[in-house]
Design a protein around this ligand. Structure first.
Ligand code: NAD
Length: 507
């Protein structure tokens, strides 16, 4: 396949790198199979402890030097990374689509997100501002400034195999940190392709070897990072299970973790909604990326007066969905990541039925020519109540739960009545309803939208969620502050030493 050649992906690839150098490792072989056609794309090698140590030591040895680069100079390098990604958008987008299984449009969209975060980081590199405050003491000046942390490690999930890394890396670099990335073991080749693109740009700019590192591996390598006191910040994206384990380990050494975990996102469809617009938002939100986005719409909370009309529209729309090869732009729904994910989907359907869910659109595995990978499933819709155990749980697949409400207070309580708190939306043309949803007594999520679905966030806003979603914020707004340490400075430029709070201490 031409895109693999363009990205320098081989049949067997080393998996540990400090930038331009690739390090020998005796770790496990990780094979990457495409969920699109079940074929093996290539393999890589996980880091063993010795290779991991080499990476950490190299990264540590250049951290101070990198910090000395003026932030706008670091920003200039990130600008060039954005340009390189523009050049490689087509092959990289194709690899994302082929290795992960999302549609080609979404594969390109993911690379576009990488480009966008680079642009945002370039501008930020001339800011990173602290505040100045007035001192209570005469001839004193007080202000705060932000310094780099050192090494930032990035652990990413399979469903956004490149974008989430870039949200972290672009900001971490302009803030003066080195980065060590552990991609998902389910999408390792995306990591290798990105590493090569960045290495070229970094080498051209004489960025020290060790600023951009890659270590392939499964959870064990992630665990080394969470225990490692040389890593002040571990940024981790993945399941709530992973986040709970990782954050406990990082907290035990009083390190910092930045968590982006599971969601259980709902759209409230009010009786005052534009139902045609709501339909597009709901269907894209529920079946896009085959239900494998952290922001996927998993629940629709529909006003009782429009419930029958709206669910009838949904059923009709689902009948038109084309399931198949995501690289063929005629298809709407691609495969799940692997057959283990298919089994989880099937088990969730069984549990839903056993708990009383009534299916309006039946699910199932798609078989036949073109579906040999065994990873294609039918998006389905079940009528439920919010309290079912399965509804409270994030199943990473295209299962949409629909439920009825009669008052907005009740709908908001249902929207908030799950352990997760990532994304939420209301479809309404009624101003009072929209404002109530956005008020402090409204949605408890990190993202709350009006007349937009739950998925498809832009880079400019801070992204993340509350409760079991982990509380982290990445990408825009002031998310950069997570990658720096704050220092408060007070300068006395007078000729006496007055103490704060008026305390007298005379010698
Ligand atoms: P996962 O939790 O299985 O794995 C995520 C990453 O964590 C992988 O790199 C894995 O190797 C590593 N890992 C697993 N256990 C670990 C441990 N104990 N210590 C250290 N590292 C560990 O998740 P996944 O199946 O790859 O991704 C799907 C999940 O990610 C979903 O729950 C989804 O909602 C979530 N997600 C969240 C966001 C967000 O921004 N909130 C974005 C994308 C995905």
């Amino acid at each position: 396949m031409q895109f693999l050649e363009q990205l320098g992906i081989q049949t067997a690839n080393k998996g540990v790198s400090t930038g331009t150098k690739w390090i020998e490792s005796n770790g496990a072989t990780i094979d990457s199979f495409s969920p699109v056609d079940g074929k093996k794309i290539g393999s890589t090698v996980a880091a063993d402890k010795a290779a991991y140590e080499q990476v950490i030591n190299q990264s540590l040895s250049v951290a101070k030097e990198w910090q000395k680069w003026p932030a706008p100079k670091r920003g200039e390098v990130v600008r060039q990374v954005g340009d390189a990604l523009r050049q490689y958008k087509e092959p990289l987008g194709k690899l994302v689509s082929y290795e992960m299984g999302k549609s080609l449009q979404e594969g390109y969209g993911e690379v576009q997100e990488m480009i966008d975060i680079c642009d945002l980081a370039v501008g930020l590199s001339r800011q990173l501002f602290g505040q100045t405050m007035h001192s209570e003491r005469p001839t004193h000046r007080m202000y705060e400034q932000w310094h780099p942390l050192g090494i930032v490690s990035i652990i990413s999930a399979f469903n956004f195999p490149v974008a989430v890394w870039s949200w972290n890396a672009a900001l971490a670099w302009i803030c003066g940190n080195t980065t060590i990335w552990k991609p998902s073991e389910k999408t390792p080749l995306c990591g290798i392709a990105v590493q090569k693109i960045v290495a070229e740009v970094f080498a051209k700019n004489n960025v020290p070897e060790g600023v951009n590192c890659l270590v392939q591996g499964a959870r064990e390598v992630g665990e080394w990072m969470s225990k490692d006191t040389r890593i002040p910040l571990v940024s981790a994206t993945g399941s709530t299970r992973m986040g709970k384990e990782l954050s406990a380990t990082v907290a035990a050494r009083l390190g910092k973790s930045l968590l982006e975990l599971g969601g259980n996102n709902a759209i409230i469809v009010s009786q005052h909604a534009d139902l045609d617009m709501s339909l597009i938002g709901a269907v894209f939100g529920a079946v896009g990326t085959a239900g494998q986005r952290c922001t996927t719409t998993r629940r629709l909370i529909i006003h009782e007066s429009v419930f029958d009309t709206f669910t009838a529209k949904l059923v009709k729309a689902y009948a038109q969905l084309r399931i198949g090869d995501p690289l063929d732009t005629k298809n709407h729904v691609g495969p799940l990541i692997d057959t283990a994910a298919v089994n989880m989907y099937l088990s969730a359907i069984e549990q839903c039925k056993a708990q009383g869910g009534k299916f309006l659109v039946e699910g199932g595995v798609v078989t036949g020519p073109g579906y040999e990978s065994g990873c294609y499933v039918k998006p389905c819709i079940a009528e439920v109540t919010n309290d079912l155990a399965i509804v409270q749980h994030e199943t990473f697949a295209p299962i949409l739960y629909v439920m009825k409400y009669s008052t907005l207070d009740e709908a908001i309580a249902m929207q908030n009545g799950v352990p997760q708190g990532l994304s939420s939306a209301i479809m309404t043309l009624n101003l009072r309803e929209a404002e109530q949803f956005l008020s402090a007594q409204g949605s408890d999520c990190g993202i709350a939208n009006v007349n937009i679905g739950t998925s498809g966030a832009e880079i400019g806003g801070a992204f993340g969620g509350e409760k079991e979603t982990g509380g982290g914020r990445e990408s825009g707004s002031d998310a950069w502050k997570a990658y720096m340490r704050r220092q408060t400075n007070t300068i006395n430029w007078g000729n006496s030493l007055p103490l704060a709070q008026g305390i007298q201490f005379d010698l």
